[in-house]
Write a protein that binds this ligand. Structure first.
Ligand code: PGA
Length: 291
């Protein structure tokens, strides 16, 4: 796991955008796993800026979103489909047929979940999965006690998640109780994972996920089992990490570290390059792991 701490949310967002852009430069038809919520908003704003100002190309990109509320249609402003359309998709040149968000209104959830998993596989698997983290340590809507091998399915939301997400609804009782979510096992199959977190409210979950035992009580802790995870945190979200000095030491030593071989699954024939301006984007050294 690579843990990178930035001073504020803005820098976290730009660093995340630089990693997404690197992925698209290396593989223009990359498959992205995307998240919703407050955390990735800055990332999406930066990607929209990169598309507008730098020509970052989404024309061949395929996306799969992590989750959706059961009962909310695509046109419901509180649905995650709507969120994605408003905050990313309608501002970039992504092909509508390449966008996948779990359906909150299917007639047959079980069949839909099976189909969603199959579509991910048929698309070649997820190259880069973006994740936020819940204050209860969830990734996607994999609430505490979710199987670490779980696949896309219906989950009953935890009370804490319902309370956390009530801010997006007029009344707390309007928050859906059920969601359709990729499983922890689905997420772990992504080739590269980017976990983002900001704010002191996330600090306990972040510390448990990164430094605690691997446990279904904190489903984000399963990321410790993955070989290519980058955690981008602001100082508040990182404030309960016991090994913070080590992470900062590793960060400081990156420029001198031997670079590992580039990821073999990326064909390297970029059509349009986006190179993050050094003054604005704190990009990690390309390809350097947790040395
Ligand atoms: P948030 O949600 O980004 O709105 O804090 C994160 C999550 O629940 O995964």
């Amino acid at each position: 796991m690579e843990v990178i701490v930035h001073e504020n949310y803005d820098l976290v967002s730009r660093a995340a955008a630089a990693i997404v852009a690197q992925t698209l430069n290396a593989k223009p038809n990359a498959v992205l796993g995307l998240a919703t919520g407050s955390t990735p908003l800055g990332l999406y704003q930066e990607l929209v800026r990169c598309h507008r100002d730098e020509g970052l190309d989404f024309s061949q990109v395929v996306t799969f979103n992590l989750d959706e509320y059961v009962g909310l249609s695509k046109n419901d402003p509180r649905s995650y489909y709507y969120f994605m359309r408003e905050n990313l998709f309608r501002h970039v040149n992504i092909a509508p047929q390449n966008i996948y968000v779990p359906s909150g209104t299917t007639d047959n959830y079980q069949a839909f979940c099976t189909w969603y998993e199959r579509r991910i596989q048929e698309s070649g698997g997820i190259d880069l999965q973006v994740l936020g983290i819940g204050s209860d340590g969830h990734i996607g809507f994999n609430e505490p006690s979710s199987s670490l091998g779980s696949r896309t399915r219906i989950k009953t939301l935890a009370r804490q998640t319902i309370d956390d997400n009530a801010r997006f609804f007029d009344r707390p009782e309007d928050v859906p109780i059920y969601a359709i979510t990729m499983g922890v096992g689905t997420i772990l199959e992504a080739r590269q994972i980017l976990l983002m977190a900001n704010g002191a409210k996330k600090a306990p979950a972040v510390a448990a996920a990164i430094e605690g035992p691997v446990t279904s009580r904190i489903t984000a802790s399963a990321l410790q089992m993955h070989s290519d995870v980058t955690c981008l945190l602001d100082t508040d979200a990182a404030s309960q990490l016991e090994m913070i000095d080590y992470y900062r030491w590793v960060q400081a030593k990156h420029p001198g570290a031997p670079v590992r071989a580039s990821r073999p699954h990326f064909s390297s024939h970029p059509t349009v390059r986006y190179d993050a301006p050094p003054a604005r984007s704190p990009v990690r050294s390309n390809g350097v792991g947790s040395l």
